[in-house]
Design a protein around this ligand. Structure first.
Ligand code: NAD
Ligand code: DAU
Length: 336
């Protein structure tokens, strides 16, 4: 039996990962999470307590991180690092926590992993590659040059470079995965899809930035997490893997589908001010991951995955309701 130390395990992707790992593997899980505005213990309700432990704390706290990594066995255990400040709009309004958590927090973790010679998996994002033109036939690959646009993506890029340098200079046994936009249950209502679903459920109109033509490459969160497990089990140490499921859609198309699935007119949305520096298009070529690990996504029908996600938000207002008013108040200040 081995243990995964999961940072950020009370956030959107991390909490889904904890459930997925407990259900589909024999690993025990220890979560280290600061419980920022984006973390919620309710996202972990019902996980089996005999295989799971929660520790509240900051990944930048070297003493706490050292105590937790001292419990791990380098022969069998691993750190899976999800914790981050993750929202672009917040990074534009106040970048400092992004530098602290995404760069210095990652530094603290890889130093602890180096000290104990622990296997480390770093969760990154396709945003480190900047953006593509709408008609560019190329997609992002592992050899695309880094060209981040926002404070969020630049701090994620910095953390990737730290991990890669620790691999080369210190022999850290690390892998990196860079995934496209996730959707699914337990995603904070500040993010695009949950914001629009909960707006419509609450009788408000979806808000589209700019022209609504920006393209994102959507993947269900369970497919992201099965890919992370595939990399932990079968990935090559020192390598980066892109994770994506050929889910390109523009924001207008996504909003129209949400409106339709909720029985509203397809044009019942508002266009609002654009995000400064707004990346135009992301698109992932996941060939390396598929070829080397045999991974394939299960949620290949976006409309069906979105319909299930809408059902989840409809059934779980107790989870998202307490965050909604404060989130919309922040957007109102930004004029979006
Ligand atoms: P999230 O904002 O929902 O959750 C982040 C979690 O990290 C929260 O539980 C928060 O409390 C915790 N956290 C923040 N700062 C911390 C600190 N200093 N110490 C300990 N815990 C801290 O984020 P998410 O959307 O689940 O993203 C998880 C990871 O996946 C991030 O690294 C993000 O960059 C990456 N990613 C996200 C997406 C996406 O579409 N959401 C896509 C690709 C990659
Ligand atoms: O690509 C991976 C990234 O995806 C992750 O690294 C980030 O952590 C995650 O937040 C996400 O970043 P985006 O900026 O693409 O996601 P967001 O949900 O904020 O916005 C998705 C798109 O929708 C983007 O083009 C902006 C737009 N948008 C967003 C909101 C919140 C709107 O049009 N209206 C909105 O209200």
């Amino acid at each position: 039996m081995s243990t995964l130390l999961v940072t950020g395990g009370a956030g959107f992707i991390g909490s889904n990962f904890v459930r997925h790992a407990l259900e589909h593997t024999g690993h025990d899980v220890v979560v280290l999470d600061k419980l920022t505005y984006a973390g919620d213990l309710a996202s972990l309700e019902g996980v089996p307590s005999d295989r799971f432990r929660f520790v509240r704390g900051d990944i930048g706290d070297a003493g706490l991180v050292g105590a937790l990594t001292a419990e791990l066995d380098p022969a069998t255990d691993a750190i899976v690092h999800f914790a981050a400040e993750s929202h672009n709009d917040n990074s534009l309004a106040g970048p400092r926590p992004f530098v602290d958590t995404n760069i210095l927090g990652t530094y603290t973790l890889i130093e602890a992993a180096r000290e104990r010679e622990l296997r480390f998996h770093h969760i990154s994002t396709d945003e480190v590659y900047g953006d593509l033109e709408l008609d560019d036939p190329a997609k992002f690959t592992e050899s695309t040059a880094y060209r981040p646009s926002s404070p969020y993506s630049s701090t994620k890029a910095a953390s990737d470079l730290l991990v890669a340098a620790w691999v080369r200079s210190f022999g850290l046994r690390a892998t990196i995965s860079s995934c496209s936009n996730n959707y699914g249950p337990y995603q904070h209502v500040e993010k695009f899809i949950p914001r629009q679903i909960t707006n419509v459920l609450g009788g408000k109109r979806p808000k589209l930035y700019g022209s609504g033509r920006n393209v994102r490459d959507w993947i269900h969160v369970d497919d992201h997490n099965s890919a992370v497990l595939a990399i932990l089990e079968r990935g090559r140490v020192g390598e980066t893997y892109l994770i994506g499921a050929n889910g390109e859609r523009n924001n207008l198309q996504v909003v129209e589908t949400i409106l339709e699935l909720l029985g509203q007119p397809r044009d019942a949305y508002d266009l609002v001010d654009d995000r400064p520096g707004h990346d135009l298009r992301y698109a992932i070529d996941a060939s390396k991951l598929r070829t080397e690990t045999g991974w394939a996504p299960r949620y290949t029908d976006f409309r069906d995955g979105l319909a299930r996600t809408i059902e989840w938000y409809r059934d779980n207002e107790a989870w998202w309701g307490p965050q909604k008013a404060a989130t919309e108040a922040r957007y109102a200040e930004l004029g979006r």
